[in-house]
Design a protein around this ligand. Sequence first.
Ligand code: ZN
Length: 306
Amino acid sequence: MELRDLIGNEENKKLLQKIVQTKNFVHSYMFVGREGIGKQEFAKGFAKSILCLGDMEEKKCKSCLEFETQNHPDFLLLNPENGTIKIEQIRNLMNKAIEKPIIGTRKVYILNDADTMTKEAQNCLLKTLEEPPEYLVIILIVQNESQILTTIKSRCTKIVFKQIEEKTLKEYLEKEKKFSNITQADLEIFDGSIGNAFKWQQKSELYNQIENFFITMDKKGKIDILNNQNVIYQNKEEILNIINYMNNLFLKKMKEEINNRSKVARYIDCVQILEKTKKRLKSNANFDMCIDNMLLSIWESIYERK
Ligand SMILES: [Zn+2]
């Protein structure tokens, strides 16, 4: 993606384009802002422009082609491993940094989620920031600035990214990402973040599937129940929310059937089963067994209760 095609943060876009045009680079930048507002896309677009051998407008240069196929030897995007960026990763990066650029005259390294760097990793990086090879540009992508050593911050040019304006975000999601019927309430949930919008979309699909699963439960046999709820197995990290959602489904059913005592009793059983499952999961019981147990017990309370 080229800088000019990115959405939101127009001022930053202009600033970065200007830096590229004037070739007025510093050695280290820090892109700061919350998740999902395009910091990484901007960093990649910026990197591509810095590395470009042409003027980005005419036929694509060798550098841009290599960049697009993710084979650029002078570009590197470093991500955390198991939640943190470790000193070994920074050492490897520094060893690569001292090798001269291959394609052009510059190298660009992006450290994604740089605020997950350990203290040791930051101190190690500091050495490179203090005496960077003349061809190297490093971009740190940061959500939580307070996690970064002051000594590192003082060596970086800071660029702050803001939430994407509602109107811009809505247009982008509808035109480019095929979202439909985005309401004002949705936009408030998205909170100016493309990342949030995608998470929300995935979740809303998940909850539709779960609701559907319960609506059609009566058409399924006991064995089918266990074979057909991958949607629950696959969303382990979301399980407590899923259980709360199921809880609300049963409460809704209860209200609908308020005059049918026996049915109400069944739904009360189900709510209790959910509560028990939550407790068991919180005490680290085996996940699959808890879920199998929960689904079978629910099925039995609804269809086999005497
Ligand atoms: Zn180019």
